[in-house]
Design a protein around this ligand. Structure first.
Ligand SMILES: C[S@@+](CC[C@H](N)C(=O)[O-])C[C@H]1O[C@@H](n2cnc3c(N)ncnc32)[C@H](O)[C@@H]1O
Length: 227
């Protein structure tokens, strides 16, 4: 974690909706959708989980990445005055300069909570931001080794790169623990609609629904913990 531009400018990707994402050199995959990074964050995660209508959402995310999902959620909650609690796990924090460059001019980037997150990024784990209407914690560690809250989250954003590139976050063990972190009626969302992912989610006791995907993707998933 450094404040300097330790990424290559060429790693930034401008996507068709005007938002930016970047290539992860470690995984050889973009952090967000090349077909519209902000559109994916809104459609798959914020709206797919019902967070956009929840009066006081509590979101658990794997992993925080460049913060696109956080910013999309933050912006949506701030606009309608909903208090947001956001707990994310990230074991390979991107440089602050990359987070800043990707966010510039995008949803949520002008919110004081985003500025506070950038100011504290990499200083301590967890990173904690507490402002009126927003509580953010980012745990800099491996989610597989974390003690997850039980029955707590109104939404789980499972966004840890694709099952092909990062199978470790799609195992029945971790998906089962993530399902256990959902409050009754809570929703886990992911962009993957692969058959084995659907079976793993169902095996964790969740009711799996396919829904139309974001730009460039036919389908994505939401999986509900029965009330
Ligand atoms: C697709 S990117 C996330 C994009 C992010 N949600 C956003 O909105 O910008 C996947 C992230 O998951 C993180 N990750 C992958 N496996 C992880 C693990 N076992 N524990 C914690 N973070 C992990 C990666 O380092 C990467 O930053």
């Amino acid at each position: 974690m450094t404040n300097g531009p330790s990424f290559l400018a060429g790693d930034l990707i401008l996507t068709p909706d005007g938002s930016r994402t970047a290539l992860s050199l470690r995984y050889g995959e973009a952090y967000g959708s090349r077909h519209g990074a902000a559109a994916q964050a809104r459609h798959v995660f914020v709206e797919g989980s019902g967070t956009h209508t929840h009066p006081a959402p509590r979101v658990l995310e794997v992993g925080f990445g460049l913060g696109a999902n956080f910013r999309a959620t933050l912006e949506q909650c701030a606009r309608r005055g909903a208090a947001l609690t956001y707990l994310a796990y990230e074991f390979d924090p991107a440089p602050t300069g990359l987070l800043r460059a990707v966010a510039e001019g995008s949803a949520g980037a002008d919110h004081p909570a985003w500025a506070a997150a950038l100011a504290g990024w990499g200083r301590a784990s967890p990173l904690t931001v507490r402002l009126p209407g927003v509580a953010l914690s980012v745990v800099f560690g491996d989610v597989r080794e974390a003690g997850l809250p039980s029955g707590w989250a109104t939404a789980v954003y499972l966004d840890g790169f694709s099952p092909a590139r990062n199978p470790e976050v799609w195992t029945p063990d971790l998906v089962g623990r993530l399902a256990g972190s959902l409050a009754p009626g809570g929703v886990l969302t992911t962009y993957s609609a692969a058959g084995h992912v659907r079976r793993t989610l169902a095996g964790a006791g969740l009711t799996v629904e396919r829904r139309p995907g974001p730009p460039g993707k036919r389908e994505c998933l939401r999986a509900v913990r029965p009330a």
